[in-house]
Design a protein around this ligand. Structure first.
Ligand SMILES: [Zn+2]
Length: 253
């Protein structure tokens, strides 16, 4: 039983100045130690940066007890270009058959690099805290995912919509919200280009003009164009699927 980590998690409440000082130290430390993150609005990142960030948070906020409690269970870090609806994700893989049990924290580079690109249409906040730069936003993501990891390790289940999660993120990191508020590609598409799912759009592809319906928006928009040779969808019609950069779409009245 992870008595130490449980004790720390249940008995600690940090004040705002203390939280600011610790997160500032981590911000500076990452800039000095990372081989990839060379400025606050960095343009390169490597999974080892997430490991570095994790280790520092564990040391400065949890007395190294997260790592200690994990013991020999590996914790992996990943970067995802395809994750576009949230900034991070934590998964507990329970060892089945030949697989070994492990935890994995992944961070969305699509969201990270989509924020602080000089084209933000609003101040960016993460977990209710206004972020000053991309590294700051990454720290908010890590703080949120860390609490998911802690809950999984200590209580097996974790949910960021539940009071226990809110209590931990507030007491340790001063979070006042627990939904992501970074700018997603979907929000960007709507604000910058006025494009949203369900809209009829026109675009050129291979010199030909097509008209279709926006099905979803990830990094690019998925547009369905009626086509007899295409796949059959639930409305009984056949569509060909196109992946189109949002800026190339024109809304049809
Ligand atoms: Zn969450």
């Amino acid at each position: 039983m992870p008595a130490n980590l449980l004790h720390i998690v249940e008995s600690t409440t940090l004040d705002a100045d203390d939280i600011a000082a610790r997160t500032k130290r981590i911000h500076a430390l990452l800039l000095s130690k990372s081989k990839y993150i060379d400025k606050p609005n960095f343009t390169k990142i490597h999974p080892t940066d997430l490991a570095l960030l994790f280790a520092e948070y564990d040391r400065q906020f949890f007395d190294g007890q997260i790592k200690n409690t994990l013991g020999t269970i590996p914790l992996h870090f990943g970067l995802s270009k395809r994750m576009t609806s949230s900034g991070g994700k934590t998964v507990h893989y329970i060892g089945k058959k030949n697989e070994k049990e492990c935890y994995e924290i992944s961070v969305s580079t699509a969201i990270l690099f989509g924020c602080f690109d000089g084209k933000d249409h609003r101040p960016i906040s993460g977990s209710g805290i206004v972020c000053r730069d991309r590294l700051d936003a990454l720290q908010r993501i890590m703080e949120h995912e860390l609490v998911h990891l802690i809950e999984m390790v200590v209580w097996e289940k974790s949910s960021c919509s539940k009071p226990r999660f809110h209590s931990i993120t507030r007491r340790f990191f001063g979070h006042t919200e627990n939904k992501h508020q970074l700018i997603t590609p979907k929000e960007k598409a709507l604000v910058q280009f006025g494009i949203k799912p369900g809209m009829v759009v026109r675009f050129r592809f291979d010199g030909e003009e097509h008209t279709g319906v926006v099905n979803r928006i990830n990094k690019r928009a998925t547009v369905l164009v009626e086509d007899r040779r295409g796949q059959r969808y639930s409305d009984g019609k056949h569509y060909a699927k196109f992946y189109v950069p949002v800026q190339m779409l024109e809304a049809v009245e």
